[in-house]
Design a protein around this ligand. Structure first.
Ligand SMILES: Cc1cc2nc3c(=O)[nH]c(=O)nc-3n(C[C@H](O)[C@H](O)[C@H](O)COP(=O)(O)O)c2cc1C
Length: 153
């Protein structure tokens, strides 16, 4: 399956996790990784499952590299029907606005017509767990959920 691995980050944690995930998935799937900040929302590919990883910054805001993507999406009024995505959020539960960045991004994509595959999964930096311990199973489960959808279309 074609996977578009996209990340939104402020200080690079999510980018590093994405690199690990690219290595993990790369043997079985055709994976293209990109920063949301370098991604044109009007050029997303209907033949790919978009696996999006996004942190939260400020007071529940999108991180720096997700902001221009979100703004471009809004400015273009892009129609994302036919685009499928799953989302994984990185945050810290000491903030009242825990993982609201990934939530806002998911809501924005759905508002523009994209179809979400499965529920959003969140990682809490305070948990003491490694992010890949939840991100790898998240990716594998969402790919398994998406496969029949792509096969049927
Ligand atoms: C200044 C600052 C603000 C943050 N704000 C939030 C927040 O509002 N909600 C949240 O869940 N996490 C928040 N975090 C935690 C980050 O989302 C978390 O550390 C994440 O792993 C950073 O990933 P990144 O380096 O890819 O941006 C904040 C961290 C910092 C340093």
């Amino acid at each position: 399956m074609k996977i578009a691995l996209l990340y939104g980050t402020e200080t690079g944690t999510t980018e590093m996790l994405c690199e690990d995930l690219e290595g993990h998935l790369g043997g079985d799937h055709e994976v293209e990784m990109a920063d949301l900040g370098d991604t044109d929302p009007t050029s997303l590919d209907g033949d790919s499952l978009h696996l999006i990883l996004c942190s939260t910054y400020g007071d529940g805001e999108l991180p720096a590299t997700a902001q221009p993507f979100a703004q471009a999406l809004i400015d273009a009024g892009a129609d994302l029907s036919g685009i499928r995505f799953a989302i994984f959020g990185l945050g810290d539960s000491t903030y009242e606005t825990f993982n609201e960045g990934s939530q806002k991004l998911a809501e924005l994509l759905v508002k523009h017509g994209a179809k979400q595959v499965g529920d959003r999964t969140t990682y809490d930096a305070m948990s003491g767990d490694m992010p890949e311990d939840s991100a790898f199973p998240w990716a594998e489960e969402r790919i398994a959920e998406a496969e029949p959808l792509f096969a049927a279309s």
